[in-house]
Every structure is written in C-alpha cells, then in structure tokens.
Design a binder for this molecule. Structure first.
Ligand code: PMP
Length: 368
C-alpha cells in the first residue's frame, strides 16, 4: 500500500527529560544491583584509524558490552519496567514478544533476573541456533509460519493474542511501544552527551524498531537546541531512506540485506513523531557494510555485527559531508559472535556475491 504523509518543518523540541539518571549512574559505578543494574553506561569508543583518516572524531557507543550482548537490553528493560509501572505485570507474570533477535535475548535476561516467564514467537525461517539460545535462556519459543504483517498468523499478532489469553501477562510490542524509545531518551542519549561533554556535531544510526535513532536524536536535539544533526542510515530493502528523500512517500518494501536486525517497511510509533527531527538520510550498500566489518576488525580491533558496521560507514560518510574537525557519534549495536559462520565464511560471501567487496589484504580473515 502506498500512503503519503506530509513531513512538517522542524517539530517543536520537547522539554528536557527529567532525568536523575546520571546521578544514579555515578552511584552504580560500584556494584550493579543485579543484572538490570549492569545494562547501559557503555563506553564511547574513539575509532582511532577512521578518525585519523577523516580528520574528525568518530565515536562508537559500545552497546555490544551490555549483559545480553546488544543495544536491545536497554529497550527490553524499559518495556518490562513500563509494564510493571502500569500495573500490567505483577510478580510471577509472563512477558510475550514477537522477535527473532536481540530483543528476545535482552528480554530473556531481564525476565530471568526479575522472575518473569518469557514467551517468544518468531518466524520459522530463523536458525535453530537462535531458537536454542532463547530456550537455554529460559524462554518458551514458538516458531510460526513466516507470513506478512497483514496476515493474522504473523508472529507479532500471535504474540499479542497469546498475552491476551493469559492473566498477568503483557505483550511488550517493541515496534510501537514507546517505552523502547524512552530507554534511549533517558539513558543512551544522556550518556553520549555526558561522555562527549556536549561536544557532538552529528549522530547517525540505522533503525529496526526506530527506538535507538528516535530516542537519541530527540535527546541530543533537545540538549543542543537543535544544533546536533541527526541522520538515518538505511540498508537495502528498507523503505525509510526513500520515505525521507521523497518527503513522506511510503513505497512497497522490496529487496533484502545481510544486515540483520535493521531495515523497516513502515514508520513505527517509536520513530513516528521524531522522523521530522532528522536532518537527512543515507543509503548504505551491503558491499560497504561487509567491508567495514573487516576494516573495523583489522584497524580498530572491533569484532562487530553488520548493523554496527553499517552505522560506522554512515558515521564516516557524515564526517566527510561535514568536513574536518567535527565529532560524529554512532552505535555499535552488537558483536559478530552470532553471525561469524556467515560473515567470515567464503561460501556464504560468495552466495551473497560479496566476496569481491573484501579488500585483498583483509581476505586473511575469511577463515570459515
Ligand atoms: N542492530 C541490531 C543487531 C539489532 O538487533 C537491532 C534491533 N532490531 C538494531 C540494530 C536496531 O535497533 P532499534 O530497534 O532500536 O531500531
């Protein structure tokens, strides 16, 4: 379906979030109060080689250092806390979500540490490895036929109905539950501001639910009176780059990308109001993303998943656009651990026509 939505000019900025997070943060530097106390406050890593090459400061927020190994730990904690605060989840309750990836892992950790049951619905096209991991983290997993969102049997709708059938249960609905975005307005955004001392010129990242991009953008725009620029980075098969470039025309989703966890076919509620705060967008090809996976490993010593590498490519392109002397921040969403059998496999790279994208001197890393 094609719909149009007018993009307004600059939306009014929200008031500063009432956050004593950084004060609590300094207290939590000693002993984290359980697993949930160890989520967030990740290092902001200067990418030394890329910074030297661009003449800019390129900084990556090390989200792979969260307990569950990804940026989604923050959203997982916030959607559960939100359900508790709204009285939807009481001791012994059940959390239900539709996810095939990092959100499920984050929720599994958070639910175990808080004593909730976790039920996960996912498309049956996902690898056995993902199902096994969620099950060993204590989740009940239902792989269901991979059908489009419009179909009532889609995994998201099944998750919603499952929660509705139970007492003391909540469907956390990561795509349209704005507690997800709030995690980044109240934690990731303030951390970036604090860690850079407010010296940040631009932020860029890709979107899955849109929570990360929207939340960080909103906080940084607010703190800087709109001065920090923010750019969406979009992989092949996602519609948001063309949506922004066309001034709000939503095209049919087509094509795919090797960058798992990102790419979107609609404007989610998490992205919704904040899409108008963005200063632009970049389309990043799989060739560039995979090359950056290898470059980050070789030059920076960082073992990153493909969505993080895409974000680094975007940060480099934003830096080149702004010119020398600027500070550009992005997020390093997760590590390459769960994807190693693909990203470093000759056979897989050939099957995706990406072997040629790896520079000759970096081919030594193709060991699988
Ligand atoms: N990278 C990875 C590896 C992810 O799993 C996700 C979440 N799907 C994202 C990036 C995007 O984050 P968000 O949902 O906040 O847009």
């Amino acid at each position: 379906a094609t719909t149009t939505r007018r993009l307004a000019g600059t939306a009014p900025l929200p008031p500063a979030p009432p956050s004593d997070y950084l004060i609590n943060l300094s207290k939590s530097q000693g002993i984290a109060q359980g697993l949930t106390g160890a989520i967030g406050y990740t290092p902001l890593i200067r990418l030394n080689h890329l910074s030297q090459q661009t003449g800019c400061e390129i900084l990556g927020k090390a989200e792979f250092m969260n307990p569950g190994g990804s940026i989604k730990d923050r959203a997982a904690l916030y959607v559960v806390k939100d359900a508790e605060e709204r009285g939807l989840l009481r001791p012994g309750g059940t959390v239900v979500e539709g996810t095939a990836g990092n959100t499920g892992i984050g929720l599994a950790h958070v639910c175990r540490s808080k004593g909730y049951k976790l039920v996960i619905y996912m498309p049956d096209t996902q690898s056995q490895g993902k199902i096994d991991l969620l099950r060993l983290l204590g989740a009940e997993v239902y792989p269901v036929p991979a059908v489009a969102f419009e179909n009532p049997q889609n995994y998201n709708h099944q998750a919603k109905r499952h929660a509705e059938r139970l007492d003391n249960a909540v469907w956390t609905n990561q795509f349209d539950n704005t507690a997800n975005r709030r995690a980044h307005i109240e934690t990731t955004g303030p951390e970036i501001w604090y860690q850079t001392g407010g010296k940040v010129d631009a932020f860029t990242c890709a979107t899955g639910t849109g929570g990360t991009l929207a939340g960080i953008t909103r906080y940084l725009k607010d703190k800087s009176n709109g001065k920090v620029k923010s750019f969406l980075a979009d992989p092949p098969g996602s519609v948001l780059h063309s949506y922004l470039q066309s001034g709000g025309k939503l095209i049919e989703r087509s094509g795919s990308s090797i960058t798992e966890g990102i790419g979107q076919g609609r404007v989610t509620d998490n992205l919704g109001p904040d899409v108008e705060l963005l200063d632009g967008s970049l389309h990043i090809s799989d060739e560039k993303s995979i090359e950056m996976v290898y470059r980050c490993l070789d030059e920076e010593g960082l073992y990153l998943g493909a969505s993080s590498a895409l974000n680094v490519v975007a940060a480099k392109e934003v830096a080149e656009k702004l010119g020398k002397g600027h500070t550009v921040v992005t997020v390093l969403c997760d590590g390459a651990y769960r994807y190693a059998d693909r990203l470093f496999s000759k056979k897989w790279l050939e099957s995706k026509n990406l072997l040629g994208a790896i520079p000759e001197n970096l081919k030594k890393y193709i060991v699988l």
